[in-house]
Ligand binder design. Sequence first.
Ligand SMILES: Cc1cc2nc3c(=O)[nH]c(=O)nc-3n(C[C@H](O)[C@H](O)[C@H](O)COP(=O)(O)O)c2cc1C
Length: 354
Amino acid sequence: MSGRVTLKTVPSIPQKLCFGPLELSPAVTLAPMAGVTDTVFRRFIRNLGGCGLIMTEFTSSHGILADDRRRKGGKKPHRRSSFNYLYFEPDEHPIVAQLFGSDPQVLADAARVVEDLGFDGVDMNFGCPVKKVVKCNGGSGLLRDLPLIEEILTAVRKAVSIPFTCKFRTGWDDDDIVCCEVGKIAEQVGLQGVALHGRTRAQGYSGTANWDWIAALKQSVSIPVVGNGDVFSPEDAVRMFEHTGCDGVMIGRAAASNPWIFRQIQQYVATGRYDEPTEADRYRMIKDYYELLVEKQDKISGEVSGKMKQFATYFTRGVRNGSQLRKAIYRAEGPEHVLETVDRFFEEQLVSAA
Ligand SMILES: Cc1cc2nc3c(=O)[nH]c(=O)nc-3n(C[C@H](O)[C@H](O)[C@H](O)COP(=O)(O)O)c2cc1C
């Protein structure tokens, strides 16, 4: 990598994050992202280095129980099975499974399945803003029903002995901020940590994440607090630690377009500077990811060509003439053709730069 960014002072961040007995180092984690953080993307991030914890996409607790029943009945799981979301490889440890739902008993049973599958922890989603999920009282819909949150957390806590965390938004809207209350409930029930995305449900992804609420949550509880929202660079990660006093930082969208961000953060705190990826690094990254997708296509929930096109949107950011590559990938027919398109593009690009 080249194109160094240099700073005069060396910043510092916590070197580890502990969810009970689960020791994570470094204290920087990958956010769960539906449609993004499948086994292929998670391993890809793990292999690039610098990420202390990875998490599955959010997974339906009802779906898990239905699949578990099929499995116990000797039936094969469906292609779009919830178990696909829970598939992981040994080199993904430490890994946490994230669940969503609103029925305490169903969630407790699903958490037990997660524990049996060998996950290092389980996380509850109280942040998803998607209408379909909120309508069933799941995700951020639960932020309007704190007694139900308590019931859910209590049921799941009793069901499993692995570390248990939850992730939420600040509240339903600006008139109904509940993050500190949710954090206190989590602590009283015996969870080992919480993660807060500093936006309300009403905000969706608009505006900016309010890191003051992450700082307020940190002041309200003594279990570890992971801050999340709008960390797009190593400088942002350090600023979030400094501004909020949080114990860990979680990165979502930036990881999809810059999977090196975790490694860059480590380099930044070790040396005060970090390397930007070269054109050749980007070529290698896209090719490696696409090849992994093809190899593991039976382990992901979507279809490979669609996934390649989705990731073309993320991965071509920062690539010289990236929009040309993106369009060519969109036009390609089938995974082989996508791979050829990537090879041709970068070969021409690297030759023209030589
Ligand atoms: C495509 C996409 C899918 C997401 N899926 C989930 C999810 O499954 N579970 C969850 O808790 N949050 C989910 N989120 C929210 C992220 O985990 C994170 O809280 C949010 O993107 C803010 O962090 P960022 O600014 O670093 O991206 C998703 C976000 C995106 C962009």
